[in-house]
Design a protein around this ligand. Structure first.
Ligand SMILES: Cc1cc2nc3c(=O)[nH]c(=O)nc-3n(C[C@H](O)[C@H](O)[C@H](O)COP(=O)(O)OP(=O)(O)OC[C@H]3O[C@@H](n4cnc5c(N)ncnc54)[C@H](O)[C@@H]3O)c2cc1C
Length: 394
């Protein structure tokens, strides 16, 4: 019997994992990625939480193999701008199979997931951005920006925060919203004196006097970092040159007693700026034969550390709900039923975490005074993040 075809718009995390999950469920997936191969540097690196990585087991993939170029980061140290430790918090795991929250370069994660798809015979077509689709009782027809087209029995919109699929499903639906924070990031090309010797496996995050900074030291001694300068207006393309962006960041951290400024100075290519956006409740996730997953359905602010994990969880759940033999409409309804409440709670967490990064001097003094006690109380009866990190989709 011929397998039904699933057309997947987007070859990012959600798209690649959905292809693997649908393949396992008896579909013939095809991935259509708008960008050209190798255009995935944006975002620098991710810390992917154990709840997301664990979902790969349902696809007969070993999370440790998929993230082999990354390194485990099961804990987080929070500091203030004076370098004082405010709290050490667990980031989840290890799971029963040893999987822990892991830090990995974005481009490496995409490459590992896409090569897992290719190994299972799933085609990936680059330079094919979805432009339009129509749906009939028996299937979907899509057209791409280059004028070409494809037909199948299902369309999966895994095309990220600015999803074209979402626009087509509901033209009056919500647009991404800027959250008042910019993003920068990068990698030093070796150890940085002030940061060297930091505990392996520890992500550090500091509420600097003027901006938030995070970093982790990789096994080769290089330091992977990000920064979140607060700013009312989103950045416009071309507003900074690489030199002015670097100087701006170094200036922001100049008065902090953390290694932030030294780390930025030791970074050959400072990435960014990007705006931090999220997506509030998206009312329409699906029709009878089309569905949104990952950031297309519910973009979580980076402050939650869960966007990638939600993409993994969505994609694996989609495969569990669609057996490839029956009308997909029921499976898509079951998928939404299993996912909507959880992801919307996590989007709310991301917003809350992000707003804490922009406290003024008075807010910062209060935060520094109460944060350690607050965390102690919050963790007294176990990890308050357990509902996020201990969740397993299969
Ligand atoms: C600065 C930053 C830091 C982050 N840090 C973390 C972190 O530490 N931990 C974490 O869990 N999450 C983090 N996130 C969030 C995480 O990156 C996303 O939630 C995750 O990438 C979502 O995966 P996705 O596959 O849904 O979307 P994406 O990874 O964005 O993939 C979407 C894909 O669709 C393609 N595409 C777009 N339009 C079309 C089209 N019309 N047709 C075909 N293809 C199309 C894109 O080129 C892209 O390849 C961060 C995000 C940002 C911006």
């Amino acid at each position: 019997m011929t397998k039904p075809i699933a057309l997947i718009a987007g070859g990012g995390i959600a798209g690649a994992v959905a292809a693997l999950a649908l393949h396992k469920a008896g579909w013939a997936p095809r991935i259509f990625e708008a960008r050209s191969p190798g255009a995935d540097e944006q975002g620098a690196w991710l810390t992917v939480a154990v709840n997301g990585l664990s979902a790969l087991r349902a696809l007969d993939l070993d999370p440790a193999v998929v993230t082999a170029t990354g390194f485990p980061t099961p804990a987080l140290t929070m500091l203030n701008g004076a370098g004082r430790r405010l709290a050490v918090l667990p980031l989840g795991g290890p799971a029963a199979d040893g999987t822990t929250t892991t830090t990995i370069k974005r481009a490496d994660l995409y490459a590992a997931l896409r090569s897992a798809a290719t190994e299972r015979g799933i085609p990936i077509e680059y330079g094919r951005g979805l432009r339009d689709f129509t749906e009939g009782p028996g299937g979907v027809t899509v057209t791409f920006a280059d004028g070409s087209g494809a037909e199948g029995e299902l369309l999966v919109g895994a095309d990220g925060i600015r999803s074209r699929t979402r626009e087509l499903l509901d033209p009056s639906g919500p647009a991404p919203q800027y959250l008042g924070l910019l993003n920068a990031g990068g990698f030093t090309d070796g150890p940085v004196a002030a940061a060297a010797g930091q505990e392996p496996g520890m992500v550090h995050m500091a509420f600097g006097r003027r901006a938030f900074f995070g970093w982790a030291t990789a096994p080769d001694g290089s330091v992977w970092w990000f920064a979140n300068p607060p700013r009312k207006q989103p950045v416009r393309p071309g507003e900074f040159t690489p030199e002015s962006w670097r100087a701006f960041l170094i200036g922001l951290f100049a008065d902090d007693a953390t290694p932030a400024a030294a780390i930025i100075r030791a970074t050959p290519d400072v990435l960014g700026p990007w705006n931090t956006d999220d997506l509030r409740r998206v009312p329409v996730w699906r029709t009878r034969r089309a569905v949104l997953i990952g950031d297309a359905a519910h973009a979580v602010a980076p402050s939650a550390g869960q966007g990638a994990s939600m993409a993994f969880e969505d994609a694996v759940t989609l495969g569990l709900c669609l057996d490839g033999r029956t009308d997909p409409a029921d499976g898509l309804a079951a998928y939404e039923q299993r996912r909507r409440r959880r992801v919307e709670r996590i989007v709310a967490v991301g917003r809350r975490n992000g707003s804490g990064k922009t406290a003024g001097p008075v807010g910062a003094a209060i935060r520094d005074a109460v944060f350690p006690l607050f965390m102690k109380l919050a963790y007294r009866k176990g990890d308050p993040q357990a509902w996020i990190l201990d969740h397993r989709v299969a």
